[in-house]
Design a binder for this molecule. Structure first.
Ligand SMILES: [Zn+2]
Ligand SMILES: [Zn+2]
Length: 208
């Protein structure tokens, strides 16, 4: 699915081909695709694929997700609420790609890398841990859509898109909702914020 998305955005066919080739020849291994501190995948992965970091990260997520999702399936239930308070996935170590406000009003961060999720404080930046309310801002689309918003941090300038599922009870999965709301990424980027898991907007810009 991530390959289809990338192909639709266009401009990255050469990177996709090199990635597929390096994968087939064993030049890149699954371990090279895993999250590292501050990035997705190793430096050697970027060298092997010779593409923009955002595109390589996106491919690494797409390539590993089905395997990781199945791998962690049995241990998901062992993570009880509020047991994990860091802004990286307790299963695979990736930064969150989206956030859901659940029926019970909890903020649940979603991992695009392995499909995991975990409860996280609503008034804390998942990227730098900052908790000062005045530095945590909420951005909306120009034409505000109920239930969708952006949480941004003035300290580290990270942002994450959020969906209030109490309002949007029939919305799609975190990944689908993330990919389906590039206009919100534009709002955040225009306001000077960044996100660690590449957005479709970043990938499209990389192509241009
Ligand atoms: Zn994960
Ligand atoms: Zn922050």
């Amino acid at each position: 699915m991530s390959l289809e998305i990338l192909t639709q955005i266009g401009g990255h066919e050469d990177v996709i081909q090199r990635f597929a080739h390096a994968w087939d020849t064993g030049e890149i291994s699954p371990a090279m695709l895993l999250p590292m501190k501050g990035r997705i995948g190793t430096a050697r992965l970027e060298e092997a694929v010779a593409g923009p970091r955002d595109v390589v990260s996106f491919l690494a997520c797409g390539a590993l997700r089905p395997a990781l999702d199945a791998y962690f399936a049995d241990c998901r239930s062992h993570l009880s609420d509020r047991l994990w308070v860091l802004g990286v996935c307790p299963f695979c170590g990736a930064p969150p790609g989206f956030a859901d406000v659940t029926e019970g009003g909890q903020r649940r961060l979603a991992c695009h890398m392995c499909g995991g999720s975990w409860v996280f404080p609503r008034l804390q930046c998942p990227f730098c841990g900052h908790q000062t309310a005045k530095d945590l801002v909420r951005l909306d689309a120009e034409e505000k859509e109920e239930g969708y918003f952006i949480s941004a941090c003035k300290q580290c300038h990270g942002y994450i898109k959020e969906l209030d599922r109490r309002v949007r009870w029939n919305a799609g999965s975190a990944l689908i909702e993330d990919w389906g709301s590039p206009h919100l990424d534009l709002v955040a980027v225009h306001a000077g914020y960044w996100r660690p898991i590449p957005s479709l907007i970043q990938l499209a810009r990389g192509a241009g």
